[in-house]
Design a protein around this ligand. Sequence first.
Ligand code: SF4
Length: 317
Amino acid sequence: MTINKEDKRIYSDEQYKKKVTAKIKELQKKRNAIILAHNYQRDEIQDIADIRGDSLALARAAIDIKQETIIFCGVLFMAESAAILNPDKLVLLPVKEAGCPLAEMATLDKLHLYRKQYPDAAVVCYVNSPAYIKAECDICCTSSNAIKVVKSLSNKQVVFLPDRNLARYVAQNVPEKEIIIWPGFCITHMRVKEEEVLKAKQEHPDAELVAHPECEPEVLQHADCVTSTGGMFSYIKSSPKKKFIIATEKGMLYGLGKENPGKEFFLPSEYLICANMKLTTLGWVLHSLENLVYEVTVDKEIREKARLSLDRMLAVK
Ligand code: SF4
């Protein structure tokens, strides 16, 4: 059974969805809470979100939040960013196990080794990293602003962590810098295979290939557009094309379909599912609101240092 079929088995009950959604909305008011959701979340979670977006959009949105409680439907590093930017708010991650394997590939020991080995290099960390790594780097970036961030630095050498494919993509686009590539990777985007992309292109010859920079270079070389999930929304909205092959997590297809009636979207593989992103269900969001769990906090010293790295990123125009 594929995860897709399993989703349907559990979530096809419209009445259940309606009931839980109504309860969530009621409690959300009572708790003065806002729901943020990443573009890779389940369809029904995207539907209840007050704000849906990519890491950068959600980080920016988190700065101006008026509500006392933030329910972050995503993975831990994203909720940590919201907690760093909103130290006085209650930030809740509905499923405490929702982590990101890529973020966990960034370790402090290794970062200290790189610092020693490349003393003149700036350290840029992708937001997909733990708060304690953000605290030790010079500036953060997301997949939508990584090139701009690296270009903005005066250092010739840049240690880029933790995603190797995003680092390679940056290196290609900023040839004037020497990019030292950390060997991390996203297990979801690694599942996009070149042969599948070529097959999808053959099946849909009039479709454009839009790919996330966490995909392997063999895949990116065939893309018409390489961009973040937020960038995909803008690109597709303004494109005169009607068909798109989307090389990223499956959750994107829901939002793209809703926002672009009349356009068609295809995945190169049915396995492009981030199991961590899919852990959050309506039931867990309700549980989170009912019990005010699971609180995400970041130690003050780490928070203040990590905030500097995030602020430097947000200041890059
Ligand atoms: Fe992490 Fe990849 Fe899942 Fe995003 S899609 S949360 S980078 S494992």
